[in-house]
Design a protein around this ligand. Structure first.
Ligand code: FMN
Length: 315
């Protein structure tokens, strides 16, 4: 088995999975700005068994994204072997991840995502089936706590399974997406495994990243929403960890990075790629002066030129 996780320099900076956002062009832009590994959004293992071709479409990637991890979710172990096999053969990513942390009602209520932390037996079967379907390294993404089950308790019960990495969102299911990070839980998991542990949650600045690494002793971090406001957070974080300081991006640099993203998006999806850019523009220019006014125009852009023109309002 080729295991890319073993070859990555630490600390590993990962773009964490985000449904609707971690598209190929966004992953490319994060990779360009220093992400060491990027995740797809969650893909249904069940759908991959029944309407594989359609699901495959949004898992496609550019080789510049490698190492690229495809994330699967589902509640039925029997679909994971085929899904892992199908993805390995048709998409050819570098790794497969299993979602065990999603709180979304439609995922959680049918026993997928975070619900798996409350059902270790099923979670084990899902991991085993996935491992049986692929030679790629298999990782899991979990939460600090779901109900009474802590990440530590959960991982301890899985400890003899040959998984290759764990990303831990340091918040409980109850917390959802806000609130304090449980550094201790991540540290406790790190103390009982000898595979990369990536700490995730609330990293929006290079200082947050350093704090996370110091407190958890993790091998790396997963960045989600922080990358939506600043895909260049990865390179800034590397700079900060190496030199103790980093350069803020000037408006011109942000504009350049945005246009680059827009061109990639157009290249991969044509006009639809520009429509898709609209939601990123809102994130990139949040908090800028004139943001409210500009928003009305940014949600209507139809070309790279349109974007370029409208960004001048922020000057
Ligand atoms: C819009 C959005 C979509 C998400 N989609 C996924 C997903 O598909 N799979 C997953 O494991 N986590 C998903 N997450 C959770 C993130 O990967 C991450 O764990 C969470 O946002 C905390 O990290 P952050 O504080 O850096 O945003 C999503 C989060 C957001 C905000």
């Amino acid at each position: 088995m080729k295991n890319f996780w073993k070859k990555l320099n630490k600390p590993i900076l990962a773009l964490a999975p985000m449904a609707g956002y971690t598209t190929s062009s966004f992953r490319q832009i994060c990779k360009y700005h220093g992400a060491d590994v990027v995740y797809s959004e969650l893909a249904s293992a069940t759908a991959l068994n029944f309407e594989g071709k359609k699901t495959l479409k949004f898992l496609e990637f550019d080789k510049s994204e490698r190492p690229y991890v495809v994330q699967l979710f589902g509640n039925d172990p029997k679909y994971f072997r085929n899904a892992a096999k199908f993805v390995s053969e048709k998409v050819k990513p570098d790794g497969i991840d299993i979602n065990m942390g999603c709180p979304a009602k439609k995922v959680f209520s049918n026993g997928s995502g975070a619900a798996l932390m409350n059902n270790t037996e099923k979670a084990r079967k899902i991991i085993i089936e996935t491992l049986n379907g692929t030679k790629l390294p298999v990782s899991i993404k979990i939460r600090a706590k779901v109900g009474n089950v802590t990440a530590y308790k959960f991982v301890k019960k899985l400890n003899n399974l040959p998984i290759s990495a764990i990303m831990i969102h340091g918040r409980s299911l109850k917390q959802g997406f806000t609130g304090a990070i449980n550094y201790d839980q991540i540290k406790k998991v790190k103390s009982i495994v000898n595979i990369p542990v990536l700490a995730n949650g609330g990293v929006n600045t290079p200082e947050d990243a350093k704090k996370m690494l110091d407190r958890t002793v993790a091998d790396g971090i997963g960045i989600a929403r922080g990358a939506l406001t600043k895909p260049w957070l990865f390179s800034q974080t590397k700079e900060f960890l190496e030199k103790g300081e980093y350069q803020e991006f000037s408006f011109e640099e942000i504009k350049k990075a945005t246009i680059k993203h827009a061109k990639m998006s157009y290249k991969s999806k044509g006009k639809h790629g520009i429509i898709e850019m609209r939601k990123y523009l809102i994130w990139y220019f949040r908090g800028f002066k004139n943001a409210k006014e500009a928003r009305k125009k940014l949600v209507k852009v139809e070309s790279v030129e349109d974007i370029r023109k409208n960004l001048n309002v922020f000057k």
